[in-house]
Design a protein around this ligand. Structure first.
Ligand SMILES: NC(=O)c1ccc[n+]([C@@H]2O[C@H](COP(=O)([O-])OP(=O)(O)OC[C@H]3O[C@@H](n4cnc5c(N)ncnc54)[C@H](OP(=O)(O)O)[C@@H]3O)[C@@H](O)[C@H]2O)c1
Length: 275
C-alpha cells in the first residue's frame, strides 16, 4: 500500500506509476484545465489523467509547463478514443495527443474502450509506440475479462494497467482478482461516482470518526485496496483535500463495510454491452 501522495506502484514492465493522480474528464480546455493541473502539481500531485476525448490536452500541457515541475517528474496518461482506433489511426491519434500536450512522450497510453472490431489492431500500434520509446507503458481501459482474454490471444505485450469504473457501488471483485493474477494494475475511474456517494450513511459515519470528509474516506479505501485513484476536481480546496488521505487508516471492519456497499451499479457505460 502506498504511504505518501507521490508513492508509486511498480508496473509489470518496471515503470513506476503514482498511486494517486488528478483526473480531468469534463474539465474545460484552456485556463480551467491549465489551472486545475497546475494547482494539483503545485500541491504535490505527480500524475495527470487525460484523453483525446476530453478535448483538453492543450490546457493540460500548459498546466504541466506552468507548474515548473519538470516534465520527467510528472506521470502523464492519455487515451486513444473509439473513433481513432485501428492501426494507422492510433498512431496518428497518438501524435495529435502529444502535439497538443506539448511533450514528446507519454508515460501511459490507454485504449479508452474495447471497440470490438478494432482493439486488437489498436493494440499492435500501441505495442510499436512502446517499442519505439514513445510511451513508457501501455494499457487498456474498460476491459472486462473477456476483452483481456481476446487481447492476450493476439498480443505480445500484456497491458500494464486497466483503468475501470471502481467505487463502493462497483467493487469489481472478479476483474480485480483477474488483473492481480495477470500482474495488471487496476486504476479507478469515477472513484467518487461523480459525487453520488458522499451522503451515504456508512461513509459519513466513518468520515466523522476520523474527522475526514466522505471523499477522503472513499479515496483512502481505494488506496488500501491497492487501486490507483484519480479523482477529478477543478476546485482548489478539493484538489488539495482529496490528496490529504495519508494520515489515517481504515480498519479491516471499515474496509469490509464499504466493500459491502457494492451494488454492481455503474455511473458510466457497461463495457460488455458497449460497441
Ligand atoms: N477511462 C474512462 O472511460 C473514464 C471514464 C470516466 C472518468 N475517467 C477518469 O477518471 C477521472 C475521475 O472520474 P470522474 O471525473 O468521472 O468522477 P469523480 O472523480 O468520481 O468525481 C468528480 C466529481 O466530484 C466532485 N468532487 C471532487 N472532489 C470532491 C470533494 N472532495 N467533495 C465533493 N465533491 C467532489 C467534482 O466536482 P468539482 O470538479 O466541481 O470540484 C466532480 O463533480 C476522470 O476525470 C477521468 O480522468 C475515465
Amino acid at each position: 500500500m502506498i504511504k505518501h501522495l507521490q508513492d508509486t506502484f511498480t508496473l509489470n514492465n518496471g515503470v513506476e506509476m503514482p498511486g494517486f493522480g488528478l483526473g480531468v474528464y469534463k474539465v474545460e480546455d484552456g485556463s480551467v484545465a491549465e489551472e486545475a493541473v497546475r494547482t494539483a502539481l503545485e500541491n504535490g500531485y505527480r500524475s495527470i489523467d487525460t484523453a483525446s476525448f476530453y478535448d483538453n490536452e492543450k490546457g493540460v500541457g500548459e498546466g504541466i509547463k506552468n507548474s515548473g515541475i519538470p516534465r520527467d517528474d510528472v506521470f502523464l496518461t492519455s487515451k486513444v478514443w473509439n473513433d481513432e482506433q485501428g492501426y494507422t489511426s492510433t498512431k496518428q491519434a497518438f501524435q495529435r495527443s502529444i502535439d497538443k500536450l506539448g511533450t514528446d512522450y507519454l508515460d501511459l497510453y490507454l485504449i479508452h474502450w474495447p471497440v470490438k472490431d478494432t482493439f486488437v489492431e489498436t493494440w499492435k500500434a500501441m505495442e510499436e509506440l512502446y517499442r519505439e520509446g514513445k510511451v513508457r507503458a501501455i494499457g487498456v481501459s474498460n476491459f472486462h475479462v473477456q476483452h483481456l482474454e481476446k487481447l492476450f490471444a493476439n498480443a505480445e505485450i500484456i497491458p500494464a494497467v486497466n483503468q475501470v469504473e471502481f467505487h463502493p457501488h462497483l467493487t469489481q471483485e472478479g476483474l480485480r482478482a483477474f488483473c492481480h493474477q495477470h500482474n495488471i494494475q487496476l486504476e479507478a475511474w469515477s472513484p467518487l461516482k461523480r459525487g453520488q456517494l458522499l451522503e451515504e450513511d456508512i461513509i459519513q459515519t466513518i468520515a466523522k470518526k476520523y474527522g475526514k470528509s466522505a471523499a477522503q474516506v472513499i479515496l483512502r479505501w481505494d488506496i488500501q485496496h491497492d487501486v490507483i485513484t484519480i479523482p477529478k476536481s477543478i476546485t482548489k480546496e478539493r484538489i488539495i483535500a482529496n490528496a490529504d488521505i495519508f494520515d489515517f487508516s481504515l480498519t479491516d471492519e471499515e474496509m469490509n463495510q464499504i466493500d459491502a456497499m457494492n451494488q454492481n451499479d455503474r455511473s458510466g457505460s457497461n463495457p460488455d454491452s458497449f460497441d
